[in-house]
Design a protein around this ligand. Structure first.
Ligand code: TMP
Ligand code: MG
Length: 213
């Protein structure tokens, strides 16, 4: 049986990731593909609840600690993700380790460099495709709903966008497809479907899931 693919959505808050992620999952499953939807942070686990409290301002965490909790929240899902992929199910995830790296590094804490932030992510399954929904912080803010959670601030989102740009120039960025998220919902949807279908049909079924090195 061909293995499932690992497809990830990334972008700023309010870039349309969640809507597009849901739309892709329905689209693929309507076409008979076995597909599972996940999101990080997964707020349903005990670690995820600690993250949720922090994001909502109900608790404080030291910068390195919250970074490691976000990473642990991915690690606790790895066995299930791998089991799905090995069973032929494509897993579509709303945010992954790229968010883990850039949001923490955007805090400008001198000992939270992008390189430091990336270390705990090494060994995680590497996506077959990362759909990066690109939008400026100004345009994202216009979509409303900003300011509810801890990281939804213009200055931080500007740094996050810059760090995503930096990542795109590295080996991690070689999995990225950048999509202009300022287009209409339907245009964004069409581009995403095209890339996802091409990933699903062209990734060599014999090739095992790669790891983040
Ligand atoms: P969400 O808006 O997708 O629910 O994510 C909540 C916030 O958490 C968002 O501002 C991005 C941030 N985040 C991190 O800081 N590190 C991570 O590893 C992940 C997955 C998200
Ligand atoms: Mg958010």
């Amino acid at each position: 049986m061909p293995r499932g693919k690992l497809i990830v959505f990334e972008g700023l808050d309010r870039s349309g990731k969640s809507t597009q992620c849901e739309s892709l999952v329905s689209y693929l499953s309507e076409r008979g593909l076995s597909v599972k939807h996940r999101r990080f942070p997964d707020r349903t686990t005990p670690i995820g609840q600690m993250i949720n409290n922090y994001l909502q301002g109900q608790s404080e965490q030291e910068d390195h600690v919250i970074h490691l909790l976000f990473s642990a929240n991915r690690w606790e899902a790895v066995a299930a993700i791998e089991a799905d992929i090995n069973a032929g199910t494509t897993v579509v995830i709303d945010r992954y380790y790229y968010s883990g790296c850039v949001y923490s590094a955007a805090k400008n804490n001198p000992s939270l460099t992008l390189a430091w932030c990336r270390h705990p992510e090494e060994g995680l399954p590497r996506p077959d495709l990362c759909l990066f929904l690109d939008i400026s912080a100004e345009d994202a803010a216009k979509r409303g709903g900003w300011g509810e959670e801890r990281y939804e601030k213009k200055e931080l989102q500007d740094r996050v966008r810059q760090l995503f740009t930096d990542i795109r120039a590295t080996d991690d960025g070689s999995d990225f497809v950048t999509i202009n998220a300022g287009q209409s919902l339907e245009e964004v949807e069409r581009e995403i479907r095209r890339h996802a279908e091409s990933c699903i049909s062209t990734t060599d079924d014999a090739s095992p899931l790669r790891r983040i090195q």
